[in-house]
Design a protein around this ligand. Sequence first.
Ligand code: ATP
Length: 574
Amino acid sequence: MFSNIRELLGDERKTLRKPLILLALDTIFHMFSYAMLYFVLLDLLDNDLSISKIKTYTIIMIVALIIRALVNSKGYMGIQIKGARAIQKMRISLGDHIRNINLGYFNKNSIGNLSNIMTNDLQDFEQTLTHSTSDLIKTVFLSLYLLAITFAIDVQLGTIQVLVVIIAFPIIYYGGNKVTKIGKHKKEVMNRVISRLVEYLRGMQVFKAHNLAGEKFERLEKSFKDLKKESIRTEISIVPYVLLFQIIVDLSFPILLLTAVTKFGTGTIGKKELLTFIIINIALTNVLRGFAAQYGKLRYLKLASEKLISTYNEKEMSYKYEDVNFDNYDIEFEDVSFEYEEGENVINSLSFKAKEGTMTALIGPSGSGKTTVTSLIARFWDIDKGKIKIGGRDIRNINPDSLLKHVSMVFQDVYLLNDTIYNNIKLGNPNASRKEVIRAAEIANCHEFIEKLEKGYDTIVSEGGSTLSGGEKQRISIARAILKDAPIVLLDEATASLDADNELEIRKSIKELTTDKTVIVIAHRLNTIKDADQIIVLNEGKAEEKGNHMQLIKNRRRYYNMYNEMERAKRWAI
Ligand SMILES: Nc1ncnc2c1ncn2[C@@H]1O[C@H](COP(=O)(O)OP(=O)(O)OP(=O)(O)O)[C@@H](O)[C@H]1O
């Protein structure tokens, strides 16, 4: 477990050394109370306990207590503050790390698991670091200290005491293994609870619409019950082992006492030694009992550190260059293949070139890979075969964060943050002035509706943007992209039926956004498709046809049929 803590903390662990040493020192001063008890008993036995001696012992006790209070508070405060700082750094670095992992990681890990890692596991780790580690250090330090004194008194007594620990420890260790095993299961149940809770809250509208809210809640309630069961199972799993451990330790006390008294009777040890041994034995029994009670918790917390390490071990996307200056913004796919799940190719040997400043429309049946193509350009995923180049450079050589500086994205699923409208637009360019934000909103045709809101740009949007209409959210996301002013625009045109006004506004703002940019658009509107410089008809991840509208009409293949169908649908709609 300590190696896990070392690995997770890195250099930050050095800052914890001082408070841990102070806490270990505290155990030495803790021994003063036993030492004073020893002297008092000794004086009583010798009939030599005077008022002045009592005064001296009391003063020593008070001084020891004051030193303990100082050392302990400094050590405790230090470990809390330094520990909290180390954990805060870990939170940020873990967030950064997760951000840089291939998105496949999110496919493999449920939202429950991810939330659990970022909240509970980190919190459990913090708990281990700031509380349990110092307790464990104190216990080990104190036990070794007491054992050393026992050995100094009598080797045989010391050996018996070590034997007791050797017999008792495997029991508690085995119990700890059980906690780890059951704890793993508890964590899985906990992940399920979080996933179900998120699913329930996010899908509330849909569940209500389909009269499923009660049914869904039953599932959620069942997961709560499972969690309660698992929590109790984890808590009580170690109890028999702790009890057995404590019984062995308790039983060893009279056995050791009998041995010591016998030794005293035969004159092997003297009166002082016997007295010291009795006091040491009482202290050691208490320390070991306390350790047993803590051990299960420590083993459960070990799970958290293992989970965190395995998250850190997920490989980040590699790159050669931190940042690059592109000579141009041509986008090229060279024989690209990609699969989300092994053996299920979604993009198949796809090649095309989108020249700088042109618009390429992707069309094709649902599931043909249109969204995937745009995700690959943004390097949300790394491809399995071929090359994707921007301005002649392989995007796998570029830091994904820097690459995204050159790309604006407007998707159908607009996600707005629980913040002001102003800040939501400003996300496009955190350095923009208020004037620039408003200008972008004007170009995106959302200034007017924002101004009509009671607090205008300072209106707080609910999480996900649920207090705004689909068209309003989309225009805000276009304003964001306009503010970013990136040379590449990836766009998924809305399919949701927008009212005529909204659609016109959005069309106008998209025009502003895409002028002079390299645009890849998942096109749903005939106008966009017809105006595109290049149309790629995707089917099962392959480019079935490529060309402009007139060329593809002449081909009389899939595009021709799709186009006629769209025309017919348009007439029906009218
Ligand atoms: N994150 C993912 N993990 C696994 N498979 C995925 C993932 N995203 C998409 N897919 C699968 O990849 C295939 C292509 O999906 P994609 O979303 O690119 O298609 P699309 O042409 O954009 O579809 P639509 O027009 O319905 O939006 C589909 O079979 C889809 O199920």
